[in-house]
Design a protein. Structure first.
Length: 309
């Protein structure tokens, strides 16, 4: 296991290198630039702006300069947020997105596995039909519809929760409930459906029939044998789901005014803020590849049949 983890960690280096390289040249070769939307300025001022950000250098030199700065942990200045560096913007906003994403994923995993297991055990009953119907609705209704509806019902009508804000404001931890529940909805639905299908398949396995024939209690069979094997597809789903739930919180952050990185990601793309786009892409990519590594490790823990030699 130790050798496998070291190899995978070393394998992250070329993966991130390819991602950074492709992203850098794709962004730079796209039409327009970070100063194209500025009010019309004289050629001298434009030349000074380009010189300040080294954009008057050949593209290859800009690429090598960026790689050198990135290796030292410097993601460069923001072209549009002139008083801040990319490190400062990401450092201030990324923790908020992570708190929201982790909370939403924890809700999705807890309720998704619980309801998926209950649905499988009560197959073809009203419990099963109700749970899977709710899961289908969660997958089909977009978040930009669920979010405003949640605000209308729980904030404006019932007045249980604040309409927007963040945990650092006067609303406190209540402000995270609606965005986290809304963001968790599609992932809860997917996990519930995956758990149900996997549990049903596992229940029909020979080793489960053998375990029951030995006289083991049903609770022991479900927890120790069924659930452990059935969770493999769910664990496989959690890697990309975590990256998706962090990067996919852009809509939720806009609806509930969460000061997360999604806001900067959208604005940087619209403003052609090269360094901020690259910085957010690097962070999102790092989250994805690290979560895939964690998923591979969890696979080995859950299923001893998997070998890493």
């Amino acid at each position: 296991m130790g050798k496998f983890i070291v190899k995978r960690l070393l394998g992250l280096i070329p993966t991130m290198f390819v991602i950074v390289t492709l992203s850098f040249f794709m962004i730079r070769l796209a039409p327009g630039g970070p100063f194209s939307s500025e009010r019309k300025v004289s050629p001298e001022i434009m030349a000074n702006l380009e010189h300040k950000y080294h954009m008057d250098e050949p593209l290859g030199m800009q690429y090598l300069r960026y790689l050198g700065d990135m290796v030292h942990g410097d993601l460069g200045p923001s072209f549009k947020n002139k008083d801040f560096t990319v490190n400062q913007l990401i450092g201030a906003s990324m923790p908020n997105s992570l708190v929201l994403g982790v909370t939403a994923l924890a809700i999705a995993v807890l309720f998704g596995i619980s309801f998926g297991l209950l649905s499988a055990v009560r197959q073809n009953t009203w419990v099963d039909y109700t749970t899977m119907s709710a899961a289908s609705i969660g997958l089909s209704v977009p978040l930009f519809v669920v979010g405003p509806l949640a605000v209308l019902v729980f904030a404006l009508k019932l007045r249980w929760l604040p309409t927007s804000g963040w945990i650092t404001g006067r609303g406190g931890w209540k402000t995270i409930i609606m965005p986290a529940m809304t963001l968790a909805l599609p992932y809860f639905s997917s996990i519930a459906r995956l758990t149900r299908a996997s549990v049903l398949e596992t229940l029909r396995s020979d080793y489960i029939r053998t375990a029951r024939a030995k006289g083991l209690k049903n609770s022991v069979v479900m927890v120790k044998h069924v659930l452990r094997g059935a969770l493999l597809p769910v664990v496989s789903y959690l890697g990309p789901a975590f990256a998706g739930i962090v990067t996919g919180s852009v809509v939720i952050e806009q609806i509930f005014l969460v000061p997360g990185i999604g806001n900067f990601f959208v604005k940087s793309a619209l403003n052609r803020d090269y360094t901020l786009i690259l910085g957010t892409v690097i962070v999102y990519s790092a989250i994805l590849v690290v979560m895939n590594l964690i998923v591979d490790i969890l696979y080995g823990i859950l299923d001893p049949r998997i070998s890493y030699e």
